[in-house]
Design a protein around this ligand. Structure first.
Ligand code: ING
Length: 308
């Protein structure tokens, strides 16, 4: 029987001018609060070390690369890994990864309770666009600054739990969860930076964005009998609002904890991973119920084809 108190560490706004050191200090403060409340794992947002820089058009790639990390851990993040080891807290957090070969990914890492990196994920579903778009109220240049992830959706047995990761827009695609569900996943961590308004349809407001975030996370959890922890970078970054709404969801799809602010905020839940077994052995016993002979379109066809 594996139980773990898991913390979601929502981060408030990170301004363009904020240093990585200042952000890491905030992350360590949340980790210490979480450890004091018995947490054995902490989940941080997507691109947790910097502002959501894909909102800015930067023609100079030397400037773009200042938002990326060339190694992990590094000088700015080593104190976080050291404190995690001292406190015995596993963690996931997202950052912009620049590889030695010069490739750019929107990445998340997973550590064990000794502060050792045991897994890495690179964001597969990149929203937005790759050129400056004059029609948008603000830019969303993830397709410009990142390559689609090349590692796929994997899981790791970490601290006795089968864990997987996804990032932000990935949570809107059911394939994300099912690829890990088919590997027996029991915990999926998903950091996100979601603009509070639609750059193309200003009528779409905060309520709808929060609803769609909950809907995506809860359905992924229920349909794959897994815990899901969705954690926001929230608040107003240089005038641009991001939604909060961090939640911890159980394998039945129920929300166990929810952030109430758009600031640095901790949410916690005591997760009993035996609760995954019932769904995986009954309604979502994939081996007994799935009919893959009818699912071919899902991997053979990218876009919709209408021929009726
Ligand atoms: N952000 C947003 C997300 O998927 C978005 C982009 C918002 C797409 C709302 C569609 C609707 O939550 C990131 N960083 O993926």
């Amino acid at each position: 029987m594996t139980r773990m108190i898991i913390a979601g560490a929502q981060l408030g706004a990170i301004q363009k001018a904020d240093s990585r050191q200042a952000v890491v200090a905030r992350m360590i403060d949340l980790m210490e609060q979480a450890a004091a409340r018995g947490a054995e794992m902490i989940v941080y947002p997507e691109l947790a070390l910097t502002t959501f820089f894909p909102r800015w058009y930067m023609p100079d790639w030397n400037e773009v690369d200042t938002w990326f990390e060339r190694e992990m851990p590094n000088g700015a993040t080593q104190p976080l890994f050291d404190r995690a080891r001292e406190l015995g807290v596993a963690m996931t957090f997202g950052y912009a990864e620049l590889t030695p070969e010069g490739r750019h990914f929107n990445t998340s890492i997973l550590t064990n309770r000794k502060g050792e990196i045991v897994g890495k994920y690179r964001k597969v579903h990149l929203p937005g666009h790759d050129e400056y778009d004059t029609t948008r109220a603000f830019q969303h240049l993830e397709k410009r600054y990142f390559e689609p992830g090349d590692l796929g959706f994997n899981v790791w047995r970490n601290e006795g739990v089968i864990m997987g990761m996804a990032i932000c827009n990935d949570r809107r695609w059911p394939e994300t969860y099912r690829c890990m569900g088919l590997q027996g996943v029991e915990l999926i961590t998903i950091g996100y930076n979601t603009p509070a308004v639609n750059s193309q349809m200003s009528a779409e407001g905060l309520e709808k964005r929060l609803f769609h975030s909950d809907l995506s996370l809860q359905s992924g959890a229920y349909q794959n009998a897994t815990y899901v922890v969705g954690v926001a970078k929230a608040g107003v970054e240089d005038g641009h609002p991001l939604i909060g709404g961090s939640i911890i969801v159980d394998p039945d799809g129920f929300v166990l904890a929810r952030a109430e602010t758009e600031e640095d905020e901790l949410i916690l839940a005591d997760c009993d991973f035996d609760k995954c077994a019932f769904g995986k052995s009954t309604i979502f016993d994939f081996a007994r119920h799935r009919r893959i002979e009818h699912y071919g379109r899902i991997t053979s066809q990218t876009g919709a084809i209408i021929d009726v």
